[in-house]
Design a protein around this ligand. Structure first.
Ligand SMILES: *Cc1c(COP(=O)(O)O)cnc(C)c1O
Length: 231
């Protein structure tokens, strides 16, 4: 299956999942995860209608975005950072990305705020929440979430838009449902406390339909569009 065909299939699954859970399909946006994927394939996906691309490494994204801009191919493309962000990469990240999904500490938020201010930008951010106890996963613990949200809300150059999570990998996507539901409940609680929560970034190739049933507004899909990654 080519990229255009795979993209159409994923988009149809998104629409169906939205409709069967009583949601407007327009309320679910696809983030095409292009990490490790070469430029030619990214362009193919753009031409097939993908608008938002997700990358997990600042340096790799920088190379791609620079090259694509030089070719004038990315006019309406948006770039999202979905991977962990190190402090020393914050400036280029703020320069490159429309939305950062992975803010998980006040130190990182502070750094992003500083560079966004220097660059005259309002940086849109999501807070990544860690809902499992896997040692390898980033994200803020549930207990500390509300205080991080208030810290971020008080920063001049950050625009808080919602939450993101990565559940453990399960063969059976139903097993991820409680994690998605939990993120949704945390967002509802945050809204009650007056925080802005437009976006819930959750769901990947294996489980995005379940995530949509639980309220995802941004699904991050790589393999189902571009095929297996070998790196
Ligand atoms: C790689 C990645 C994805 C996409 O995973 P697939 O299983 O290939 O769809 C989504 N979110 C994050 C944070 C990732 O790093």
């Amino acid at each position: 299956m080519g990229i255009a065909e795979a993209l159409r299939a994923v988009q149809a699954q998104i629409n169906n999942a939205a409709i069967r859970s009583g949601r407007d399909p327009a309320g679910v946006k696809l983030v095409a995860v292009s990490k490790t994927v070469d430029i030619k394939k990214v362009i193919e996906a753009m031409q097939a209608g993908a608008v938002i691309f997700g990358e997990n490494r600042v340096q790799e994204a920088g190379k791609k975005i620079t090259e694509l801009r030089a070719q004038n191919t990315d006019i309406k493309t948006q770039w999202h950072l979905i991977g962990n962000l190190q402090k020393n990469k914050v400036r280029p990240a703020v320069e490159l990305f429309d939305l950062i999904h992975s803010v998980d500490s006040s130190v990182l938020a502070e750094e992003i705020n500083k560079h966004a201010g220097n660059l005259g930008k309002q940086q849109r951010v999501l807070v990544q929440v860690k809902l499992s106890d896997e040692a390898t996963k980033h994200g803020i613990a549930e207990d500390s979430l509300m205080s991080l949200l208030s810290v971020i809300s008080n920063m001049d150059h950050l625009r808080l838009e919602g939450l993101m999570t990565i559940p453990p990998y399960f063969e059976d996507p139903e097993m991820a449902r409680p994690y998605f539901r939990k993120l949704r409940q945390l967002a509802d609680k945050a809204v009650e406390r007056g925080f802005t929560m437009h976006e819930l970034s959750m769901g990947m190739s294996n489980d995005f339909e379940v995530a949509i049933e639980e309220g995802a507004t941004l699904v991050r899909v790589g393999t189902a569009i571009f095929g297996e990654r070998f790196k």
